[in-house]
Write a protein that binds this ligand. Structure first.
Ligand SMILES: *[C@@H]1O[C@H](CO)[C@@H](O)[C@H](O)[C@H]1NC(C)=O
Ligand SMILES: *[C@@H]1O[C@H](CO)[C@@H](O)[C@H](O)[C@H]1NC(C)=O
Ligand SMILES: *[C@@H]1O[C@H](CO)[C@@H](O)[C@H](O)[C@H]1NC(C)=O
Ligand SMILES: *[C@@H]1O[C@H](CO)[C@@H](O)[C@H](O)[C@H]1NC(C)=O
Ligand SMILES: *[C@@H]1O[C@H](CO)[C@@H](O)[C@H](O)[C@H]1NC(C)=O
Ligand SMILES: *[C@@H]1O[C@H](CO)[C@@H](O)[C@H](O)[C@H]1NC(C)=O
Ligand SMILES: *[C@@H]1O[C@H](CO)[C@@H](O)[C@H](O)[C@H]1NC(C)=O
Ligand SMILES: *[C@@H]1O[C@H](CO)[C@@H](O)[C@H](O)[C@H]1NC(C)=O
Ligand SMILES: *[C@@H]1O[C@H](CO)[C@@H](O)[C@H](O)[C@H]1NC(C)=O
Ligand SMILES: *[C@@H]1O[C@H](CO)[C@@H](O)[C@H](O)[C@H]1NC(C)=O
Ligand SMILES: *[C@@H]1O[C@H](CO)[C@@H](O)[C@H](O)[C@H]1NC(C)=O
Ligand SMILES: *[C@@H]1O[C@H](CO)[C@@H](O)[C@H](O)[C@H]1NC(C)=O
Length: 743
């Protein structure tokens, strides 16, 4: 349907494209590694660009920055060969000009002889379309123009290797090639697949696809070849091998041309099922839409022009909102967006008859870069701002398995669990009594997350279903939160962030905010007396907390010491608009930060327990909670300085040394979804929705605000930020209200 609306959209998009292009014309942001294809915990490919290393002579790697993912691109111009991706195996290196990072794309601009190329790596972010979001594929596409304006003979080549599906090069691999009506693709997998793996998924199938409209001029599309250096100058003419570096290539001849216009390949890493939970397999949501991988890849290749249009629109929306804060802030959001979304898998289970149960969408997060735990509650809390801004029902899909598990007879503790166990993809649950040491942390996090989800979506179903469980946690907090004693915050899981002192004030604060969140939950359930009770508790505990924590206009980190730290849990009070914490506390935090004596070039240490260790996620929480723009911008600039300090290696880590920028920890906190915290400032503008609690037993709804027993869909959250009129029209009408899944 080519409506007038669509026509206007296209025109506007061209303007946007132009605007983005001109705004990005000069590189100012230099991350240590840039995302190439980052969609899931196991499809997570980066290019190390640290310390000025030439991206044209570097292998892409897995997020751990260790395991090479063989992926090369070549162009032959008038008979001379240049690479545009990967370590130089044949021909000459292109001259790298610049690298740009937007929320969905990384663009390498290179000069290959007379051709200037933009090599764009597009990892779609499709927050409100679970099918597209869960399909683990990325695009890479080439635009080019002859800088001398003359036609040149051009051929293109790209391949991926067996390294995408094995950690060990001694593992055998198998492969095949499929040609459908729209697509040609290779797939490769291990001959001994196993769901026990630490890094690269050894139960996955890697795919490399190209549109079959190029088949007529494909020089060669083949499988099972090794590209060796003696093939210099020969594109696609590669030798047979079944060895460990076997590559799966596509090449094509564009003939004589002055330009290359958006020629796209797709790369993907598929695992099925994602996890087994509650005794049943949970499969990526997309398989409810496609019977076979062939169908899914076909649809993905056909969708490319539209997918790119949607990505440009989302980039434009996010960047416009973020630049209203600052360009530094826009840089952080750009680098963190794919990482936050790639931490999770959106899944469905099936009924016994094989059909999908659309009423129960669940999401599973891997604690990428850290513990490998499944649905780690403190990481969901850190990433909450990204989900609130992009699509708040993702939070609900992550909470569901946690709540379901803890409501079952397998779980008996009076406090909330830290996760569902691990290591990913195992989901054993976590009933350990040792979790008592983190009772305040996790109970507080869960109550805050449940209320944030309800407020930002209007969906009160979790509140209705798990009211008693939530109450139990709130009662635990009433008894324990003010005096945490020797309880830990989740940060102490990392030995670098060792907790040296008892009674951590920031932990107590989280617990008290959790109690007030419960008061709001009671209100939503129409339980006024309970609400008053929790409000009275929270208010009185808050007063005591203020007394114990404030010393001459500053805030301390523990009750008994001259300590200090980032009071990052203040953000929960602001995000939930509780107004529980007095304004004087925010001011005192600001003063504490500006007087902080141990600020380093890369910001503030998390606390005086280790004055060299900084956390990017909690620094951004603190920035968004700051009462004044000066403090906010100081904190943002510190994190951005590290994110753009390419001196040290690292895949956008959350933990680093404030003085040197080095990543000291092991695990190294690389590529953690916790970087969703970069959206903290944007999340403050996400609108409240009217919350509806659906009736569980078919009776009348127990909720407030509406007599409609169906959960209302939200439209406000994504446009919650600062937006121009046209952007709002387009983003809501055209790009986010996608048709309901069919079939
Ligand atoms: C960065 O590169 C320079 C020049 O090659 C080298 O001297 C320096 O040691 C490198 N720094 C790091 C942290 O790798
Ligand atoms: C590399 O560039 C040099 C200089 O232009 C040229 O002589 C040589 O043939 C090129 N090599 C390949 C493999 O294209
Ligand atoms: C490549 O991107 C730059 C901006 O970064 C733009 O000026 C140029 O026109 C693009 N080239 C092509 C061929 O699209
Ligand atoms: C490309 O141009 C060259 C000379 O300009 C010519 O020799 C060659 O045949 C042309 N190739 C094609 C495919 O048109
Ligand atoms: C791109 O190349 C094609 C084929 O060589 C040519 O027809 C077209 O005019 C060129 N487009 C531009 C913008 O130069
Ligand atoms: C703080 O920054 C926001 C967004 O950048 C701006 O709207 C607001 O006016 C600023 N506040 C002050 C007091 O400058
Ligand atoms: C499969 O089973 C579910 C649950 O029992 C039922 O709702 C659905 O209609 C069934 N689908 C088919 C195709 O039989
Ligand atoms: C979020 O809501 C949209 C409808 O607005 C739905 O299509 C999508 O599947 C939901 N996502 C999750 C994770 O529940
Ligand atoms: C208020 O809550 C406390 C526990 O937090 C409970 O012991 C008490 O019975 C409650 N009071 C009312 C009136 O519900
Ligand atoms: C925690 O603080 C309380 C109140 O100041 C104090 O009584 C208690 O001894 C402290 N706990 C520890 C383990 O230091
Ligand atoms: C807090 O301190 C003030 C002044 O020192 C005192 O009046 C008040 O009772 C204290 N409140 C609590 C809850 O301890
Ligand atoms: C959001 O909801 C809460 C609870 O109903 C309320 O206190 C707050 O003022 C609301 N905020 C807005 C902006 O409507």
């Amino acid at each position: 349907m080519l409506s007038q609306h669509t026509f206007i959209s296209l025109v506007i998009l061209q303007l946007w494209t132009h605007w983005i292009v001109s705004a990005l014309a000069q590189q100012t942001f230099f991350p240590s590694a840039v995302p190439l294809a980052v969609r899931t915990p196991t499809f997570n490919c980066w290019l190390d660009t640290h310390n000025g290393s030439n991206p044209m002579t570097t292998w892409p790697t897995f997020w751990n920055d260790q395991h090479i993912l063989g992926w090369v691109g070549y162009i032959k111009v008038d008979g001379l060969t240049y690479n545009w991706l990967g370590f130089l195996v044949a021909g000459n290196a292109s001259t790298w000009i610049e690298t740009q990072v937007t929320p969905t794309q990384t663009i390498l601009t290179v000069q290959a002889g007379p051709m200037q190329l933009n090599v764009t790596f597009l990892s779609p972010i499709e927050p409100s379309d679970s099918s597209r979001q869960s399909f683990p594929f990325s695009y890479v596409y080439l635009d080019g123009t002859a800088t001398d304006g003359k036609p040149h003979s051009v051929q293109l080549y790209s391949d991926i290797s067996g390294e995408w599906v094995t950690n060990s090069l001694s593992t055998g691999i198998q492969w095949s090639t499929t040609k459908t009506s729209n697509t040609v693709f290779h797939q490769v997998s291990s001959t001994t697949p196993t769901s026990v793996f630490e890094d690269v998924a050894e139960d996955s199938v890697a795919c490399h696809a190209i549109s079959s409209r190029f088949v007529l001029n494909l020089l060669h599309w083949g499988e099972g070849f090794t590209l060796t250096s003696d093939l210099a100058g020969q594109i696609g003419n590669v030798e047979d091998s079944d060895g460990k570096f076997t590559v799966f290539a596509h090449a094509m001849d564009l003939g004589n041309t002055t330009n290359i216009t958006s020629i796209a390949w797709a790369v993907g890493v598929v695992r099925d099922p994602i996890v087994t939970f509650s005794g049943v397999p949970w499969r990526a949501y997309c398989w409810s839409q496609y019977a076979t991988i062939d169908d899914a890849i076909d649809a993905f290749m056909i969708d490319f022009p539209e997918a790119r249009t949607r990505a440009l629109a989302l980039d434009q929306k996010i960047l416009q909102d973020a630049r209203a804060i600052s360009q530094n802030y826009a840089d952080l959001v750009s680098l963190g967006a794919r990482q936050a979304m790639a931490g999770i898998e959106i899944t469905l289970s099936t009924f016994q008859n094989g059909s999908f149960d659309f009423s129960d969408v669940k999401a599973f997060m891997k604690d990428v870069g850290n513990s490998q735990r499944v649905n780690p509650v403190e990481v969901i809390y850190a990433a909450l701002p990204a989900y609130m801004y992009l699509e708040p029902n993702i939070t609900g899909a992550l909470l569901k398995p946690l709540l379901e598990y803890q409501n079952s007879s397998s779980y008996t503790s009076p406090f909330a669990a830290p996760d569902l166990g691990g290591p990913f993809p195992a989901v054993p649950g976590n009933p350990s009594s040792l979790n008592a040491a983190y009772g305040i942390e996790n109970s507080g996090n869960m109550l805050i997350l449940v209320l944030a989800h309800a407020r930002s979506t209007g969906d009160g179903s979790l509140i209705g279903k798990y009211y008693n469980l939530l109450k139990q946690w709130a009662d635990y907090l009433v008894s324990n939160a003010l005096i945490p004693g020797n309880q830990y915050s989740a940060d102490a899981r990392d030995e670098i962030l060792v907790q040296n002192h008892a009674n951590v004030t920031n932990l107590a604060l989280k617990g008290i905010i959790g109690i007030q969140a419960m008061a709001e939950v009671c209100q939503i359930m129409g339980q006024g007396a309970d609400a008053q009770n929790y409000t009275a508790s929270a208010t009185s505990l808050m007063q005591s907390w203020v007394n114990l924590t404030s010393v001459s206009g500053h805030l301390r980190w523990t009750y008994d010491e001259t300590t200090f730290g980032l009071m990052y849990n203040l953000l929960a009070d602001k995000l939930l608009q509780l107004n529980l914490v007095p304004a004087s506390v925010y001011t005192a935090e600001s003063t504490t930060l500006s007087d902080n004596p141990v600020q380093g070039p890369f910001g503030f240490p998390l606390s005086s327990d280790n004055t060299s260790a900084a956390r990017s996620d909690w620094t951004l929480f603190s920035a968004a909670a700051a009462p004044d723009n000066t403090t906010r911008d100081l904190l943002i600039t510190a994190v951005r300085n590290h994110a753009s300090s390419s001196v040290t290696a690292g895949t956008f880590p959350t933990l680093y040394d404030v003085q040197t920028g080095l990543v000291q920890a092991s695990p190294n906190a690389f590529s953690s979804p916790a970087q969703g915290a970069m959206f903290s400032v944007l999340a403050l503008n996400v609108a409240n929705q009217t919350i509806v609690v659906p009736s569980i037993t078919g009776g009348s709804p127990a909720g407030s605000g509406s007599d409609d027993s169906k959960v209302k869909s939200h439209t406000g959250a994504i446009v919650g930020g600062v937006i121009a009129g046209l952007a709002a029209l387009l983003s809501v009408g055209r790009f986010f209200d996608l048709p309901a899944p069919s079939g």
